[in-house]
Design a protein around this ligand. Structure first.
Ligand SMILES: [Zn+2]
Length: 307
């Protein structure tokens, strides 16, 4: 028979490592080419387990300093990201960019508040108007990981189309398909395209602020004109080909067609969310969950057009 003392000791032994486990995002920088790192998030929805780390962030180390692309979902993430950057270079951070106003991309700003944080003008406005609601929602979804996180606005808006830093030239493009204001950054020197959430790969795209799927499809076509060597999506693995663009185009077209045909047939929202996802998209994570949300976001607009 196990004595009470042994039982307590063994329970402590079991509980000990769990309680002592480091509360950390454990960010692993992935060097994709010269001077360029990506921190790839999980292909999941926000949860208490992943702390909101479902997003890709990145940084480029130039001769004159570091460029940071997105700051992650929380103050804690931003701090850990900064440590990762310091572990690979002693160059100072020169500029921080927020690609768009979704919470997983900018709520780490506080960890960089001593620096210049840039975004498109509309993104700054969107963070101003929606940021607090997003932060509140993140607290309820991921809990303690958000501790002390507050909205910190981009300090400056972007009014140039490129930036030369060291031997790198970063070209900026203002897209709109995902949120109405989406910054795509192309590093001409290395051929890395930071596509922001204009591109999701192997993870279903999200639609709460899209101006329309047609706009988004057009912009994916424009991305095909970049002579990139590396494509960094906002969510999902980095590739050296255009599979992510092909997947985005097919999936957006399927969504648009499904919603159009459903509206023409007079289906109710409840009927639409029960429709099967095409087997073509079996490799993409979270299609069912995101499809239901997309129907809620966009179906009323399709009904207005065709009903
Ligand atoms: Zn995102």
């Amino acid at each position: 028979m196990i004595s009470k003392k042994t039982l307590v000791a063994s329970l402590l032994f079991i509980a000990g490592p769990v309680l002592a486990a480091p509360f950390s995002y454990d960010l692993k920088p992935q060097k994709i080419t010269d001077n360029t790192w990506v921190l790839q998030g999980k292909l999941e929805d926000f949860s208490n387990k992943n702390g909101g780390n479902i997003v890709n962030t990145g940084f480029v180390v130039t001769e004159e300093g570091v460029v940071v692309i997105d700051t992650g979902p929380s103050l804690k993430y931003g701090k850990e990201m900064r440590k990762v950057i310091e572990s690979v270079t002693d160059k100072p951070i020169k500029y921080v960019f927020n690609t768009h106003h979704h919470p997983d991309h900018f709520l780490g700003n506080q960890a960089f508040k001593d620096l210049e944080i840039l975004s498109l003008p509309k993104t700054q406005q969107q963070i101003k108007s929606d940021g607090n609601d997003f932060a509140e929602n993140m607290y309820s979804l991921v809990g303690d990981w958000m501790r002390s996180t507050e909205v910190f606005l981009p300090t400056k808006t972007l009014d140039i189309d490129h930036l030369d830093l060291g031997s790198h030239r970063f070209k900026f493009s203002a897209f709109t398909g995902h949120t109405g204001s989406d910054l795509v950054i192309y590093d001409e020197k290395t051929g890395v395209l930071f596509a922001s959430d204009i591109v999701f790969y192997q993870r279903a795209l999200t639609t709460p602020h899209t101006p329309g799927l047609g706009v988004w499809i057009d912009e994916i076509n424009q991305l095909k004109n970049y002579k990139y060597k590396y494509l960094v999506p906002g969510h999902g693995p980095v590739t050296m080909d255009d599979r992510p663009l092909e997947q985005m185009t097919s999936y957006l077209k399927w969504l648009d067609k499904t919603l159009t045909e459903s509206a023409k047939a007079g289906l109710s929202m409840t009927e639409v969310i029960k429709l099967p996802i095409s087997a073509e998209f079996d490799s993409i994570k979270l299609t069912k969950l995101e499809f239901i949300k997309t129907v809620a976001h966009l179906y009323p607009k399709y009904e207005d057009l065709y009903f």
